[in-house]
Design a protein around this ligand. Structure first.
Ligand code: IVH
Length: 674
């Protein structure tokens, strides 16, 4: 056997093995091999594919995340309409549903009860076992083609275990843990939290960058198929088993019930354990099991008569308001938080709830010591829903709204058209603390090991008063702090030093300029490239950036009109904090050496990381791909290039080294390239 044939055979074996392991792991929840072993096989597959890009097939595990941005989403017609379901809210509604079923099919029936997953309905099309398309439900008749984003979901099989064709339906969802992490990150980045995992899943699937969709780590449960599908089953129970057998993930938490009592018992049981489930459910779907009976019952215009969705009641808990705390944020906004007697609600102990602003306190008519009803918005975020005035003591006092800053005693103001109370003292210690804590946080300058506690001590000991001061600290300064030993002090100095290279986008965000979130900071950095250009820009120039509005541009320009801001930047520059952005967008539609070309990067470069280089090239209009093939126009090589270089040489593809690359970039108007 020739080397070629051997490699091809090996590739087929690897693909099959990896897909099989994935099936056991994601669908059956069984781990057959260690992660390390899986990685080893996966790398072997990548290596063969790198040598033979022409062998890369659509069902290869390497093809989950493409490297192309999507150009919007095409409309797709569903093979058969995707219906929604009628709702039931209590025992009587379910009994009425069962009665209608009995009237239609008699009393010999069974009911399949499944969890109602709080995600996004999807339809997956397979042709002879190959995943060819995935779509959203849309209006039921037509949805949107989100194939590329769905491919990134590891539990979605790219090839089924049997060569069947059909359209399978189910739910894509974001696991609770991932949802919670995403919201923490959003919070750190100054973005508002997503209300529930369903919105988060929908957002993930509508990303135009599949790599971003992949980061959201969605999962799927499949529960249905269109009548055109080649799955042989005569009931819902059998269908779920068959779907699982061909490789589709189904939810094992389900029960075939004989009557109302069994259905209700299942509902109660699931309701009790639902907060422990790793995914969010908002009810139970009850389906007539037999397909013959389903057909007999048929559909109304909107929903099947053979199924109904029971919705869990929103959970409420009663507790007592003990205190209202007022905290000063980094922009000086003073926010109230309710402190309550701890109470168990929807799976966790709750004792604090944001009151958002003064308006809400007034709307609720809150008094100290009030008996309050709380719920969780989107089943996650605790909120006070209402006050039970019957328990109010006659001498209880309404919540007093502070007139002075709880930290610096400066008079608080309420800006016109804003509900927020604000402390406008630029020297307010609470604001300083919040600002510097934001500056060092993971999403901003990412200074490892430097958290609020240390920042607080540095401020208290007057070792710093603004973020630039951090860069002037010595090891000895840290040793003056509580519980900080030599090693920690050393690590902190190194971490601060390392953060100097984050670049203009991070720095702009880290400064905590009002309204300038991570995304806006990036857009501004891309547009202007250097801090000097940002500082001298006027409002018109800034608001011309796509995605930047009046409010942001006004705030940015105002920030750099302040003497203190200019001083701060001067000190950042003096100590070597990087204040430029290498990925400056080429605004002019100029021709360059890279536009329209298919380019592969290999080896490591000194000036840019692989990702940075890729983005620069994309901004210049190039198509950057991962593997060398006949279609490749140019290979850019750093040091230690491997098989891609050999391959390109054998195909006679143009090769460019880093020095020439940087030169061409400079010619193309990329500042700081050299
Ligand atoms: S069956 C014709 N089963 O709930 C029957 N739906 O309100 C179609 N959903 O749009 C739906 N889990 O997105 C079914 N186990 C489940 C479900 C489920 C969640 C969603 C689905 C549908 C909505 C109906």
């Amino acid at each position: 056997m020739s080397e070629q044939t051997k490699d091809l055979k090996r590739l087929e074996v690897l693909k099959e093995q990896l897909n099989d392991y994935a099936y056991h792991y994601y669908v059956l929840d069984q781990s057959l091999i260690s992660d390390a072993e899986y990685d080893r096989l996966y790398k072997e597959l990548l290596a063969i594919e790198a040598d033979h890009p022409e062998w890369i097939s659509q069902d290869s595990p390497s093809q989950r995340v493409g490297d192309q941005l999507l150009e919007g989403f095409q409309k797709v017609n569903h093979a058969q309409a995707m219906y929604s379901l009628g709702n039931a809210f209590n025992e009587a509604d379910i009994q009425a549903f069962i009665k209608r079923v009995e009237e239609g099919v008699g009393d010999r029936y069974s009911l399949m009860c499944e969890c109602k997953i709080d995600g996004l309905a999807i339809a997956l099309t397979y042709e002879e076992g190959l995943f060819i398309r995935g779509a959203t439900r849309g209006n039921g008749q037509t949805g949107e083609d989100i194939t590329q984003n769905l491919r990134t979901i590891p539990s979605l099989p790219l090839r089924l275990r049997q060569p069947v064709s059909g359209e399978f339906r189910g739910e894509a969802y974001m696991p609770k843990e991932i949802f919670a992490k995403l919201n923490t990150l959003r919070d750190e980045a100054g973005e508002s939290p997503l209300a529930n995992p369903r919105n988060a899943a929908a957002g993930a699937l509508r990303q135009i960058d599949p790599a971003k969709a992949a980061q959201r780590q969605l999962n799927i449960f499949m529960y249905n198929c269109s009548s055109h599908s080649e799955i042989v089953a005569d009931s819902q129970a059998k269908l779920l088993e068959e779907m699982e057998a061909v490789g589709l993930r189904t939810n094992p938490l389900r029960k075939l019930c004989k009557n109302f009592e069994e259905v209700w018992e299942f509902i109660q049981r699931v309701n009790h354990q639902r907060h422990q489930l790793p995914y969010e459910i908002d009810g139970i779907v009850i389906k007539v099991n037999s397909f013959t009976q389903q057909e007999k019952l048929g559909y109304t215009v909107k929903a099947p008569r053979w199924a109904i969705a029971y919705k869990f009641p929103a959970e409420l808990a009663q507790t007592t308001l003990i205190d209202v705390e007022w905290t000063v944020g980094r922009t000086g906004v003073v926010t109230p938080t309710a402190v309550m007697k701890p109470v168990l609600l929807a799976g966790t102990t709750v004792q604090r709830a944001s009151l958002h602003n003064v308006d809400l306190i007034e709307k609720l008519g809150l008094h100290m010591g009030d008996r309050v009803m709380i719920h969780k918005a989107g089943d996650i975020i605790p909120e006070i829903k209402q006050v039970d005035r019957t328990y109010r003591k006659p001498d209880s006092l309404p919540i007093s709204i502070p007139e002075q800053c709880p930290q610096c005693s400066e008079e608080l103001i309420q800006i016109k058209d804003e509900v927020a109370l604000r402390c406008v003292n630029p020297n307010c210690p609470a604001q300083r603390l919040a600002q510097i804590t934001h500056f060092v946080s993971r999403v901003a300058m990412n200074i490892d090991g430097l958290g609020e506690k240390i920042v607080e001590q540095l401020l208290d000991n007057q070792l710093i008063k603004d973020p630039a001061d951090l860069y002037y600290l010595k090891q000895d300064d840290f040793l003056k702090l509580d519980k900080v030993k030599e090693k920690t002090a050393n690590n902190l100095v190194t971490a601060i030093e390392n953060s100097k290279d984050r670049g203009l986008d991070r720095l702009l965000f880290a400064l905590g300029i009002r309204h300038v979130g991570a995304k806006a900071a990036r857009l501004i950095a891309e547009e202007f490239g250097t801090i000097e250009a940002v500082m001298t820009a006027d409002q018109d120039q800034v608001s011309q950036i796509d995605g930047i509005g009046e409010i942001i541009s006004q705030s940015l320009v105002h920030y750099f009109e302040q003497e203190t801001s200019l001083e701060l930047i001067k000190r950042f520059k003096k100590i070597g904090v990087k204040t430029d952005f290498p990925l400056k967008k080429v605004v002019e539609d100029q021709l360059n050496d890279f536009a329209g070309k298919t380019i592969v990067l290999t080896g490591s470069m000194e000036r840019y990381s692989r990702n940075e280089a890729k983005q620069i090239l994309q901004n210049l209009g190039a198509n950057v791909t991962n593997s060398v093939s006949k279609k490749t126009d140019l290979l850019i090589v750093g040091s230690e290039a491997g098989s891609k270089l050999t391959k390109a040489q054998s195909l006679g593809i143009l090769i460019m080294n880093e020095a020439t690359f940087l030169e061409k970039l400079a010619e193309s108007g990329i500042k700081n390239a050299k």
